[in-house]
Design a protein around this ligand. Sequence first.
Ligand code: 8YV
Length: 325
Amino acid sequence: MKPKVFIARPVPPEVESYIAQHCRYSKWAHHDPISHEELVKELADAEGLLTAGGRVSADLLNHAPRLRAVSTMSVGYNNFDLDAMKARNIIGTNTPGVLDDTVADLIFALMLAAARRVTELDSYVKQGQWKKGEGDRLFGVDVHHKKLGIIGMGRIGEAVAKRARFGFGMEIMYYNRHRKPEAERKLEAEYRELKDLLRHSDFIVLMTPLTPETRHMIGQAEFALMKSTAVFVNASRGQTVDEEALTRALQERTIFAAGLDVFEREPVQPSNPLLSLPNVVTLPHIGSATKQTRDEMAMVAAENLVAALQGQTPPHVIPELRQDS
Ligand code: 8YV
C-alpha cells in the first residue's frame, strides 16, 4: 500500500499530482496556517508530513505515532526539534539550492533600498513633501565599490557576494564557521573574524542559520562596533539579532540604516518600535517568495518526502539527521 502523507500547506497542482502518484494523501488547502489541533488530527495516521517552516516539536511527534519523514519547504530548519526527531529516527529534509538567487536578489533590494532611502523617500514624494532645494537632506550612502561583510557564507551568501563583487565592484569580507577557500578564490572574498568584519564593513549582511549558538549573535556589543554609516541587512531569522539593540542603534543613529526581511516575532506586531523608524526598510519574510521559486521549492520538498518514504536517501537530508552524523 502507498504510504499516507499530509500536505500542511497549499502546493502547485503538478506537485500534488507527483505526490498522488506515490502516496495516499490529505491536504490543508487554505492559505491561513493550519491550527495545532487540526494538524494533530491529520497526523494520527500519517507517515509523511510536508510543511513550510511549521514547528515540529516533541509534543507534535507524540501525536504522530506512524510518522517517518518530515519535509520542510524551506532551507532553514530551525522549526525542527532535532533531538526529538533523532530519538524517533525521523528523516528530516529541506530545500537548499533552488532559492539561492531569489533570496540574494531580495537581499540586494534591501541593501539598495536602505542605503538610498528608497522606501522613506517614496513616501516623501507620494505625501507631497518634495520641495526644491532640499539637497543634502535626501542624501544616502553609496553601495558600489563599498565593503560588504557577509556573516554566514553558505550558498545564499555566495550568491550575494557574486552580485556585489562583479555587479557593484564591492570588496567582499566574510565570517563563517568554516573557511571557504573556493569562495575566497572565485569571489576574491577575504575571511575576517567577526569583530574585525563588523568594524570594517560598510554593509553587513546576516545570513547565518538560526541555532542555539547564533541566537542573538548580533546585539548591543556588535552594533557598537559598526560604522556610523553602516547598513545592516538581516534575511536569515529574526532571532539571530537582538531587536531591542538594533532598534536603539537605529534610533540613536549609531548605524545608518537597516533592511529587514525577518523579525524576532512574525508577523511583526504593529507596536514594534522598528516600524516607526524612517531608517529601516521592512518586508514580511519574502526572501524566497516568487512563484517560480516557491513552485520549485514545493517540488523539491515533495521529492524529498517521497524518496524518504520509499526507503531511498532523499536528495536533501538535513545534516544533523543524516545516518552518519
Ligand atoms: C521561508 C525561508 O521559509 O527557506 C527559508 O528558510 O526563510 C523562506 O524560504 C519560506 O517562506 C517558507 O515557505
